[in-house]
Design a protein around this ligand. Sequence first.
Ligand SMILES: NC(=O)c1ccc[n+]([C@@H]2O[C@H](COP(=O)([O-])OP(=O)(O)OC[C@H]3O[C@@H](n4cnc5c(N)ncnc54)[C@H](OP(=O)(O)O)[C@@H]3O)[C@@H](O)[C@H]2O)c1
Length: 260
Amino acid sequence: MAAAGPTAVLSSGKTMPLLGLGTWQLYPTFSRPENVCEAMAQSLADLGLDYVDLYLIHSPINFKYGTDPFTYAGNPEEIYDDVDYLDTWRGMEPLVDAGLAKSIGVSNFNSQQLERLLQNCYFKPAVNQVELHPYLAQQDLVDFCKKNNILLTAFSALGAPARPKAFASGEEEPVLMEDPSVVAIAKKYGKSAAQILLRYHLDRGVSVIPKSVTPSRIQANFDIMDFSLSKEDLASLGELDRTLRYVGANLFVTHKYYSY
Ligand SMILES: NC(=O)c1ccc[n+]([C@@H]2O[C@H](COP(=O)([O-])OP(=O)(O)OC[C@H]3O[C@@H](n4cnc5c(N)ncnc54)[C@H](OP(=O)(O)O)[C@@H]3O)[C@@H](O)[C@H]2O)c1
């Protein structure tokens, strides 16, 4: 299958797609500028790469070096690190000069944080990767990123059906791929609900990284280039917006740089 979207170049000279792989992100315990290069070097060694096309700050919310926020059983406030994301960015920019990352970007940033970063950076963030789907349309953020030429990338675009329990809200949540409007539109186009949910982003000018370990689904998820959604169908998907966040909505809400 031809690689679509951004790629990483292996030491062998072969390319591999970055689509769906979240590995090339700065883990949120390496956010102090002096730790950024260490994290990058470790990722490159793990992956057997000389450089990546894109390296992202995982989140403006950060934690003390050496901790593991996603398995920590105590009060998360005990392991918060309130390092300013502008300082983390100052640790990221030399990666571009050193040729270890072709581009750098962020993830889980809101528009105020992006604005502040844009006013205080040497290299602009190329990408902001956020949760995005018809239940969480974030039109203001889409508009802001377009205006500032930052590529927005949608994660959990299919509703993250297999996300770890720790990231779920705990409340009864609607299943995005089973939403009656999505299913009806899928039927109309002769596509699956997943394909409609992916095409929705392309028709909004947003990139998207569905995750699958199932070869037939990976193929089907690429097979969305032979149609586009009508204005009416995009508008009816727009009506589904209910600010529903599948991933991490209530986690770390007391952090100084909480971004949701
Ligand atoms: N930056 C961040 O903070 C952040 C947060 C969350 C996720 N991400 C990244 O975003 C990517 C995707 O997000 P996600 O994994 O949360 O959610 P997602 O892509 O919405 O959902 C993935 C799940 O959907 C299933 N699936 C994939 N294609 C399907 C299809 N065509 N039909 C039916 N089911 C399908 C997959 O099952 P199978 O694998 O069994 O096929 C998998 O369980 C990941 O690579 C992740 O690293 C980033």
